[in-house]
Design a protein around this ligand. Structure first.
Ligand code: ADP
Ligand code: MG
Length: 730
């Protein structure tokens, strides 16, 4: 039977093997198996890095048997066989109870797979799977590199290796695999053909083979991904929207006249860019990234004003109620009478600013919705409640999404579908995005960047407070808070949790959690994270006694939250003990200190966001990252890195490293596949950029990929492959 890529594995392999592969590794077809690449390669006679093994790893090692020692056990019946294997540099033990492997004799080479454990400070495998390599075994053994595959309980690495070879033998090579990459692209970038690359990745003779094969196979992944994204962009661009050109003498001019400061060069430049794009019929689709405090809001507000002047409505979507309320408040304040059209003191040139959130009282919500529906509200601010059914816009011209990292592509799409014709979309994020992520996760957006902070800022100094190693530093931290308050300023204390009872996380949709640090976990029994309520109580009675201290968290009613924020903004509260509700966008320039409790529980970009809260005034801000993690642990070092740099782009990279690729791309999690196996956002920037250019060029001449059926199939496969899950994992 001729083998094809679509052939099901149970047609070519044993039923049991095929079943186990399907169930445990999600490998169903020949294509799946061929795309199941080795994790690494073992080299005969070369160190397989036994010394790099860690307790708990499930691994396959290539090693030679050194000695075999069987003896009766002293305390119970039966024999214990200890086999010492080595790879030249180091050795480890294989342990068998009442079992003797006849072919395990000194000098034999084999692959041993198991879970690494430790006994008397030596690493060992207990009852490992053994695959002895003998002369007649196969010519695989003669090869320099032995592929080690991601394996599972019943499908060992060598079963996979053998299955791949079976396919190869049955069809005399991988010639049956069609190459989706056009000849020109391969030639232009010096890429192997797909059959050659598959042969080299599964059966390399040298590391150079592997490298060339990987490079080619990464191209498949990058190009497919970029084609998918380019198609999205194109589809969005083809649907005509409504041009919202500038009209002098309206809200925008009034906003400009009312600004208490001059725009920075960057704000002006991005503003021009937006103004021009809004004036086109083709919907704008832009990502605005800029450091915390770089002044994105005013850029957005000016774009929104332009749209209102052109007769449309603009919606601003914020990730939390606190932030939505703050935006509505500051926009209303900035507009003055211009934001109260229809009211007694309103300016007829102006419009109405409406706030819509999920927990508003029914009356307020109904009134708000009515104003949105009849068009009298030109500026609408809200949380994701705006996405709900029942909120109809008279003429939605622009959607601004603030702090994008909380929103996924689908939510963006939901908003876009709100108008009869697609509105312009501006997405803003303060979490700087490495270029590769911008090209992939956000690949359907064009980007603008604000690099400059408005002048006159004090900036923020950060340091780590190792609470376990240096308890006195923590005392000093509270003393600093008292000093700042005495000087007339204010402080935040941030905790990972609200109360002791539930493990309540503040924002359910936050994918940016702190990465677990296994070593730290092992070293210290981790207590539950510190909670706002407990910490506030402790501070009130202890180190911060006498200060005006309030709490803020997601479980308070919107009225209480609003009132507390207002009081803090007005300087009536000295210390705000809060969860990450203060993470995004909260703007109180007089707050100068932030103490983050259990800082190790937060992700890198989250910490960066948080401390942005105390870098907003003319005074130097101070951020103290309190953690019990040992300074020398990976966690301690991650915190030190955050404290040491304020370069958001460097931190975004660090974040990417600590979160691991899989988390960002959503790949390989819980056995799910995203079509991304080899591509690395950290290492393959160049390649991704090239693939992006090629994807654009391809679609320009062959929109539906009709002339490239292979690529069309890859794109379709990616789309169904768990619905390009990583796209939503922003
Ligand atoms: P972010 O980009 O983090 O959302 P904001 O838009 O909240 O930043 O701006 C931070 C602060 O800087 C606000 O208080 C805002 O009024 C102020 N600001 C914005 N632009 C300027 C400017 N050009 N000059 C001075 N202050 C500015
Ligand atoms: Mg902001």
């Amino acid at each position: 039977m001729p083998v094809e890529t679509t052939t099901r594995l149970d047609r070519v392999l044993g039923a049991k093997t095929a079943k186990a592969m399907a169930e445990q590794l999600s490998l169903h077809t020949v294509r799946d198996l061929l795309r199941h690449y080795p994790r690494r390669y073992a080299r005969r006679g070369e160190v397989t890095k036994l010394e790099d093994l860690q307790v708990g790893d499930r691994v396959t090692v290539l090693a030679q048997v050194r000695s075999v020692d069987s003896r009766k056990m002293r305390n119970r019946p039966g024999t214990l066989t200890e086999v010492t294997v080595g790879d030249g540099a180091s050795t480890m033990k294989l342990v068998f109870f009442n079992h003797r492997h006849a072919r395990l004799v000194p000098g034999a080479w084999g692959l041993f797979a198991g879970t690494v454990s430790e006994y008397r400070r030596r690493l060992q495998f207990t009852h490992p799977d053994c695959h002895l390599l003998t002369g007649d075994d196969d010519e695989d053994w003669a090869r320099a590199l032995i592929p080690l595959y991601p394996a599972s309980k019943d499908v060992s690495s060598w079963v996979i290796q053998r299955s791949v070879r079976l396919l190869l033998d049955a069809s005399g090579g991988f010639g049956f695999v069609d190459d989706p990459l056009p000849e020109e692209i391969r030639a232009r970038h010096g890429l192997l053909s797909l059959p050659a690359a598959l042969l080299d990745i599964h059966r390399p003779t040298s590391p150079a083979d592997v490298e060339r094969a990987e490079h080619r196979l990464k191209w498949d992944e990058a190009l497919t991904l970029q084609l998918t994204l380019a198609a999205r962009r194109r589809a969005a661009a083809l649907e005509p929207g409504v041009a919202r050109p500038r009209r002098p003498g309206g809200l925008l001019d009034a906003v400009d006249a009312a600004l208490p400061f001059a725009l920075t060069e960057g704000q002006r430049a991005v503003g021009e860019e937006l103004a021009a794009e809004l004036a086109r019929e083709q919907p704008m689709h832009r990502l605005l990234q800029g450091e915390v405090g770089s002044g994105k809001t005013v850029v957005a507000l000016r774009a929104m004003a332009q749209v209102v002047d052109a007769g449309g409505q603009a919606a601003l979507l914020a990730p939390t109620e606190v932030l939505a309320a703050q935006h509505a408040r500051s926009i209303a304040a900035m507009l003055g009478p211009l934001g109260r059209a229809g009211e007694l003191d309103g300016d007829p040139v102006g419009t109405k600013v409406v706030l819509l959130t999920g927990s508003q009282k029914a009356v307020a919500r109904r009134e708000g919705r009515a104003a949105v529906a009849d068009g009298s509200a030109g500026l609408v601010v809200g949380t994701h409640a705006l996405l709900q059914e029942g909120v109809d816009f008279a003429d939605l011209g622009l959607v601004v999404v603030d702090e994008q990292h909380r929103f996924g592509v689908e939510q963006r799409d939901a908003l876009r579908a709100k108008g009869d014709r697609p509105p312009h979309v501006l997405v803003m994020t303060a979490t700087p995005i490495p270029r590769t992520v911008a090209m992939t996760v956000y690949g359907d957006l064009e980007t603008s960047t604000l690099r400059q902070l408005p002048g006159g800022r004090g900036g923020v100094a950060s340091s780590v407070v190792p609470a376990r190693e240096k308890p006195s530093w923590l005392e000093r931290a509270w003393a600093r808070v008292r000093e700042e308050v005495a000087a007339g300023r204010q402080a935040y204390v941030v905790c990972p949790r609200i109360g002791e009872d539930a493990g309540t996380e503040e924002e359910p949709d936050d994918a940016d959690g702190a990465p677990d640090d296994a070593l730290f976990d092992l070293a210290t029994e981790r207590r539950p994270p510190l909670a706002v309520l407990g910490v506030a109580e402790g501070l009130r009675e202890g180190p911060l006694a006498g200060l005006r201290l309030e709490v803020l968290h997601g479980r308070l009613t919107p009225e209480t939250k609003e009132a507390t924020m207002r009081a803090f903004a007005a300087g009536e509260v000295d210390v705000l003990v809060a969860t990450t509700v203060v993470e995004v966008g909260v703007d109180v320039p007089n707050a100068t200190v932030m103490v983050v409790m259990d800082a190790d529980r937060f992700g890198v970009s989250q910490l960066h966001q948080l401390r942005g809260r105390v870098a907003r005034g003319v005074h130097q801000g101070l951020c103290l990252l309190v953690s019990e993690a040992p300074t020398a642990s990976a966690t301690g070092q991650r915190l030190a890195a955050v404290a040491a740099t304020s370069d958001g782009f460097a931190l975004a990279r660090l974040d990417l490293e600590t979160r691991r690729e899989g988390d960002v791309l959503g790949a390989a999690q819980s056995g799910r596949r995203s079509g991304i196996r080899l591509l690395s956002l950290l290492e393959d920037e160049e390649l991704i950029a090239e693939a992006r250019a090629e994807a654009g060029a391809l679609l320009a001449t062959d929109r539906g990929l009709a002339d490239h059926p292979g690529l069309a199939m890859e794109v379709a496969a990616l789309a169904t492959d768990e619905r390009a899950e990583y796209l939503e994992k922003a």
